[in-house]
Design a protein. Structure first.
Length: 103
């Protein structure tokens, strides 16, 4: 019974870590989007990057991770970096598409 409780507690800590959304760099239908749709997609991607960067700060989850489970903080920061990199790559793809379409 004690092992089950410890296992469930560990799973709770693992899934309680901040997990910013990681965008797909290339998405189906990107080439078919109009200039205004590309602009909307760029705005949405920039928002995802901003949201991910906010997870780096002193959030409640990060404070709890420092106090109770330090590997959770490391996992959060790794995921934030992954989300930001994917977002920046997505922006490159979208800006290249806009250039090809002379937007």
């Amino acid at each position: 019974m004690k092992k089950i409780f410890i296992s469930l507690t560990m799973l709770l800590f693992i899934f309680a870590c901040a997990k910013p959304y990681v965008v797909e760099t290339r998405q189906y239908g990107d080439a078919d989007k109009s200039c205004s749709q590309l602009d909307s997609e760029i705005y949405r991607t920039e928002q995802v990057i901003r949201d991910a960067k906010e997870e780096r700060g002193m959030t409640g989850t990060n404070v709890a991770a420092v106090l109770f489970w330090l590997p959770g903080l490391a996992a959060t920061y790794m995921n934030v970096n992954e989300a930001v990199e994917a977002g920046e790559e997505r922006l490159d793809v979208l800006y290249n598409l806009k250039a090809k379409k002379n937007c």
